[in-house]
Design a protein around this ligand. Structure first.
Ligand code: DPX
Ligand code: MG
Length: 569
């Protein structure tokens, strides 16, 4: 640690805090308001700077890094940068990821001198960015004096880590290099808030009592389980085994309960559920919801909202029919409940009677035209314990959710925010933290067009990510919700585009597949390309989309079209 400074500036302080909370890569786009800050971050030996092609991608790359690392940082310039980065920050908020958004800002003298400045709205009020950031973060601070920086930086980071939400730190261009005090022990920032003992015990005994009065309990797992950290995923397995009941998983939580576990009954997604998970969830007389998120999308246009009272175990509280317990941490609650709950496997017995037989998937012959089903069949064969599968908004959601995850395989989806184009930068950010994992991205043509530039960073960092681009010539999910000419897009030569990102020194491969055999060959080539990304453009018929997408689209369209309710009706 000898290379750490003895005299601290605001930039050094921030750098040290980022490194201390476990950040190893920080995602940046430079601009004159943040250049000194970038120098200071670069000087920290524990941080690696990762340049991105634009601030939208930068924020989404940081979002993906937070999925892999638990926390991330995105550093941008004022307004022109930050307003674009707000989008990925919104994603981090919706997806419960602590992303630290850091923006350079004008020199502290300019506001009081009523100067008009570049990269601003052309008024002399420079507080608007902070005000906007307050809406999309759990804590937004603007450093106005160097001596305030340690307190404000620590406060913002602590809030983000505790709430699992993004925070915002604004640092004026003339303060990054200004001196401040050195950091105190990092535990003051990172130490978790433990459960209130009395609340924890009361919540667990209330839950045991409630469940003992029920005949058909089911556990429903949601995406906040993993975000809670704190050993919550392992604790859930213990609880499930102690209860012996059926465990269904929301689509955004796929993989958070092992799919090879004998109590796993599929993905609960209303009428588009897998393995008939909906039959058992709707049969239950007690539903223990663990980190669940119910939205119009996850409830298929509100058609699958469970209609029995819910017991909700959240990241930091538990709510039952008739009782609420604050400051109860999820992992601790699940572990505690596992020791007090009674075994009741009635829902597993019933599920084993009703579960559908495995579907026999037809293997196409090599000369067969490529279809969505054949793409899924070939991707299924690729999944192993080291795979992380990213599925983009679009039919990739439905195709990805249907796949069976082998033990150890991980699944990433951005279902709450649903920003098309998320998967490319997010997979890039994720891969930097997990170079050991085999990363596969399923993405549609429309989504790819939003953030395609970030493939060039995969090239720059020699990341062997496999991108399965499903080209169905347009915005098919939108077609199923509400069709119009706006759902058609310009076709690209995707394979050639990816080769263009190589410049003079890259190792990206761009391949095309129109038949089953071509896809098989392309996948083989992707596996052999260990020095850079491989994009396989899979051309399929425009109408070749999943039954699940069509069904889901009908219900979401109906929910969107509900007429305004008049007061009193
Ligand atoms: C839009 C969506 O080609 O996938 O399988 O063809 O649907 P499919 P594509 O990637 O098209 C995606 C497209 C336009 N959603 O169908 S899901 C609206 C939308 C969004 N995010 C942003 N803008 C618009 N989800 C940033
Ligand atoms: Mg498409």
């Amino acid at each position: 640690m000898s290379s750490l400074p003895t005299k601290y500036t605001v930039g050094d302080y921030l750098a040290e805090r980022l490194a201390q909370i476990g950040i190893r890569h920080h995602f940046v786009v430079p601009g004159d308001y943040n250049l000194v800050l970038l120098d200071k971050l670069q000087a920290n030996p524990n941080l690696t700077e990762v340049g991105c092609a634009n601030e939208l991608n930068c924020s989404l790359a940081a979002e993906g890094y937070a999925r892999a690392n638990g926390v991330s940082a995105c550093v941008v310039t004022f307004s022109v940068g930050a307003l674009s980065a707000f989008n990925g920050t919104g994603s981090a908020y919706a997806e419960n990821l602590p992303l630290i958004l850091i923006s350079g800002s004008p020199n502290t003298n300019d506001a009081s001198q009523f100067h008009l400045l570049h990269h601003t709205l052309g008024t002399t009020d420079y507080s608007y960015q902070l005000e906007m950031a307050k809406k999309i973060t759990c804590c937004a601070v603007a450093v106005a004096r160097a001596h305030e920086a340690p307190r404000l930086i620590d406060r913002a980071i602590r809030h983000a880590l505790l709430a699992r939400k993004p925070c915002y730190i604004e640092i004026p261009t003339n303060l990054s290099g200004a001196e401040c005090v050195r950091p105190g022990p990092i535990s003051a920032v990172t130490d978790p808030v433990t459960s209130d003992k009395a609340a924890l015990e009361a919540a667990a005994s209330c839950a045991s009592e409630y469940l003992s009065g029920k005949l058909k309990p089911v556990i429903l797992v949601g995406p906040k389980l993993r975000r809670a950290g704190d050993g919550a995923e392992q604790a859930l397995i213990k609880l499930a085994e102690a209860m012996g009941c059926a465990v269904a998983v929301q689509p955004a939580a796929k993989g958070m309960f092992p799919e090879d576990h004998k109590q796993f009954v599929g993905i609960f997604w209303g009428t588009v559920s897998t393995d008939a998970a909906d039959s058992i969830v709707h049969w239950a007389d007690a539903l223990l919801c663990v980190g669940t998120v119910f939205t119009d999308y996850s409830t298929v246009g509100w058609t699958a909202m469970p209609d029995i009272p819910l017991m909700a175990a959240e990241m930091d509280h538990v709510t039952f029919p008739g009782a609420h317990f604050s400051r109860v941490r999820l992992g601790e609650f699940l572990s505690h409940l596992a020791t007090t709950v009674k075994f009741n496997n009635s829902t597993m017995i019933e599920y084993n009677r009703l579960k559908p037989d495995p579907v026999l998937v037809r293997t196409a012959t090599p000369s067969d035209e490529l279809t969505r089903k054949e793409i899924s069949r070939q991707i299924q064969a690729l999944l192993d314990s080291k795979t992380t599968l990213f599925v983009e908004t679009g039919d990739s959601w439905f195709n990805g959710v249907q796949l069976k995850l082998p033990p150890g395989a991980l699944f990433e989806i951005e279902m709450a925010w649903g920003h098309i184009g998320w998967s490319i930068p997010a997979a890039f950010g994720y891969a930097l933290r997990h170079p050991d994992r085999k990363i596969i991205v399923m993405v549609g043509d429309g989504s790819f067009q939003v953030t395609a530039q970030e493939v060039s960073q995969m090239v720059r960092f020699n990341l062997p990510i496999t991108i399965i681009l499903i080209n169905n010539r347009g915005y098919t999910i939108e077609v199923e919700i509400h069709d119009g000419s706006y759902n058609k897009i310009k076709n690209w030569n995707y394979a050639l585009l990816v080769q263009a990102f190589n410049g003079e020194d890259g190792n990206a491969k761009g391949l095309t597949a129109k038949t089953a055999g071509e896809l098989q060959d392309a996948i083989k080539a992707a596996e052999e390309n260990t020095k850079g990304p491989t994009l396989i453009e899979c051309s399929i018929d425009q109408d070749d989309c999943s039954r699940e997408l069509i069904t889901w689209g009908h219900f979401v369209a109906a929910a969107n079209a509900r007429p305004p309710r008049l007061p009193g009706i």
